[in-house]
Structures are given as C-alpha cells and as structure tokens.
Design a protein around this ligand. Structure first.
Ligand SMILES: [Zn+2]
Length: 365
C-alpha cells in the first residue's frame, strides 16, 4: 500500500471517529429525554366523539399542536414528533410505528371523552393495563373501536375485537415494563389539570388501549374532558380552554423531562454500573422530594392483582424489600394529598398505611 492510500485511510479513520463521538453526544446527553411523540387522536374519516357543536378530532388536534408549539419554544432541544398535524386518518398501528421508529422516550395520546350521561365531566389519564372497572373498559372500547375503520384490522391486530370484553383478557397477562414511569407522567398531567386548570380530577386509570400496547416506551392516553358535557365541550373548544389544557400537558412533559434528566445525570456522576433500564424503574422516586404511596399488601409471593380486593385499585405499584413483595396504591408528592386518600383506602384495607420514598428508597415509616 502506498503512503497516499495509507494517509487517506488514516484520515478517514479520524473522520469516522469524530462522527462517532458527535453522534453519541456527551455521556449526559445520551441519557436525557430527547424525543416526545404527541398523538392527537382520530382524524379524517374518524371523527372520534361528537358533541353538540364540535368533534373530538378537531379539539384534540388543536390542543396537540399547541403542546408542540410550547415544547418547541421552551424546550428547543427536545425532538417533538406529531402523529398527525392535519385532519387526516392515521391507523393506530401507524401511530405506534411512528413512536417506535423514532425511538421516542414518551408517548402522549390526546383525546376527549364521551358518555351517555351528559352530567359527567372531568379529566382523566390512562396508562396501559387491565381495567379495574366497567367504566374504564368502556373508554378503552370506544377508543380502540376506531380500528374497524382500517381495512385489514382483523389481520393487523391478530383478531382483536375492540367491542368484545373477552378480547381484553390479553391485557391481564401483559407485562407493562413502563408502568411506573407512565403512572408518574400520568399523575403529573392530572396534577396540572387539577391544580393549574381547575378541572375535575377523575384520576389516573388503567385500561387496555391498543395504541399504548403497541408503543415500546412510557406512554399515556389523556382524556382532556367530556365532549358529551355541554359546559366541558364549550371549555375545550374555547381559545382559553385550549390554551389552559395545552399548557398543562406541556408543563407535565417539561417536569417529567426535568426529573428524568436530573435522575439520569446523577447516575452518570455516581458512575453507576446499573443499566439505564433498571434505574428508570425507580424513576418516580427521585428528584430529592419524598414520594408518598399507600401500602396495601406485603407478601412472600406475588399477589394476584385481579383478585379482590386488589382489583379495586387502579394503580398498584410493586416493590421488593428483602424477601417480600410489597404493593402500594396512590401516588403523590404531597403528604396532605395522600393523607386525604388514606381513609378511602382504609375502607377496603383497614391496615393500610402511608409509605414514603426518597431517591428510590423507602424512608417512611
Ligand atoms: Zn378518542
């Protein structure tokens, strides 16, 4: 090999190295929340729920676009991807594909609810799991039923019938590795709705949403309000209502990113040998604040969450201490809030008690 070729090879090698290091970014950057997918529900021939004057597809697109604008403006380093930006039909599996192929760190699907009883109102945020009530199952059925508008839905979703209760059994056996993070983010959304927008808080719930099942990252489905309730429809369709709801979702994402990044930069400083996936499972418990939960069970063997009384709780979280599996419900950074919840849980489980975690470790009691 002559000198020239040698030299060329060496230069190419250096260039390749520089590409590698640019591509990876700093160690800290690699563990930051980088990509969020915003998914406005429905669109095109799929109107979603229909109110007196407005359609779900229009309201949620408008709110979602505002969330995107806030994120671009205030978190310019964040990569924001929309599953649609216009009034077009996007199949559920396509929405999930967009999130998976872009390696998203968070998936936020935005919807508006509808129910026969027009007096019902309020906001709720779902994470993937088995429904604990008929009401939650109905929401999942309604949102999943849009797949029948897709040509080959039977093949694509392996015979899943969105309107048959039996189809939802698959969600019972499913492992949701992102449950903890999803619940953490869902709680942040609900906190924002309740405390900053004054919405009635219907809570964080679980149900079997296909779009969440197919996404491989923490994700939620937000129901910003009931289009079937006259005043909530008016609020959601109003300029100020959209601004409020969008900024609430934006702030929840911003706060989630802040906690996520802080947690992960601590990990790097500590030079932990644990892999990022393991660490993220404690994600809710970081940020230096005490995170309160209510302990409802402790057992040498895993409990069956689908049996009474555990099936009465929406968000059961498991942690292991010594040889025991311990189960909690409720989730709040506010001691006052968790105290308020305690009597309601005690009605079902008289010997439940408050536990507090800081930086992933139980400190209370
Ligand atoms: Zn919807």
């Amino acid at each position: 090999m002559n000198m020239l070729v040698n030299r060329w090879l060496f230069c190419s090698f250096l260039w390749f190295l520089s590409l590698l290091s640019f591509g990876q970014g700093t160690e800290a950057e690699r563990f930051q929340l980088k990509t969020v997918v915003i998914d406005p529900g429905h669109g095109g021939k799929d109107t979603g729920a229909v109110g007196r004057q407005h359609k779900e597809k229009d309201i949620v697109l408008d709110i979602a676009l505002r969330v995107k604008d806030y994120l671009k403006k205030y978190l310019p380093e964040l990569n924001v991807i929309m599953t649609r930006e216009k009034d077009v039909f996007v199949p559920l599996d396509e929405r999930a594909r967009i999130a998976n192929e872009n390696d998203a760190d968070l998936f936020v699907s935005i919807h508006a609810n509808s129910i026969r009883n027009s007096r019902i109102y309020g906001a709720e945020t779902f994470v993937l799991g088995l429904h604990r009530s008929e009401e939650n199952l109905e929401v999942a059925k309604k949102e999943n039923s849009v797949i029948v508008l897709e040509d080959d839905y039977k093949a694509k979703y392996e015979g899943f019938d969105p309107n048959s209760t039996e189809s939802y059994i698959i969600f019972e056996l499913m492992q949701n590795v992102y449950l903890d993070q999803s619940i953490g983010f869902a709680s942040a959304v609900q906190d924002q709705f309740k405390n900053r927008v004054g919405r009635y808080d219907r809570g964080v719930k679980q149900a079997g949403f296909l779009v969440l099942r197919e996404t491989a990252m923490p994700g939620v489905l937000v129901e910003v309000g009931f289009i079937s309730n006259r005043s909530e429809e008016r609020f959601m369709a109003s300029e100020s209502g959209k601004v409020y709801l969008a900024s609430a979702i934006f702030r929840a994402i911003r706060d989630y990113k802040e906690r996520f990044d802080a947690r992960n930069s601590n990990l790097i400083v500590q030079n932990s040998n644990d892999n990022a996936g393991d660490e993220q499972s404690h994600f809710n418990d970081q940020s230096g604040k005490v995170l309160y939960r209510i302990q409802i069970a402790s057992s040498p063997k895993p409990i069956n969450r689908n049996e009474e009384p555990y099936n009465l709780f929406d968000n059961i979280w498991e942690y292991k201490e010594g040889n025991y599996y311990k189960y909690t419900t409720g989730l709040s950074y506010s001691q006052e809030e968790i105290q308020k919840l305690l009597p309601r849980i005690k009605e079902v489980i008289p010997d439940c008690f408050i536990v507090g975690f800081k930086d992933g470790e139980r400190i209370i009691p």
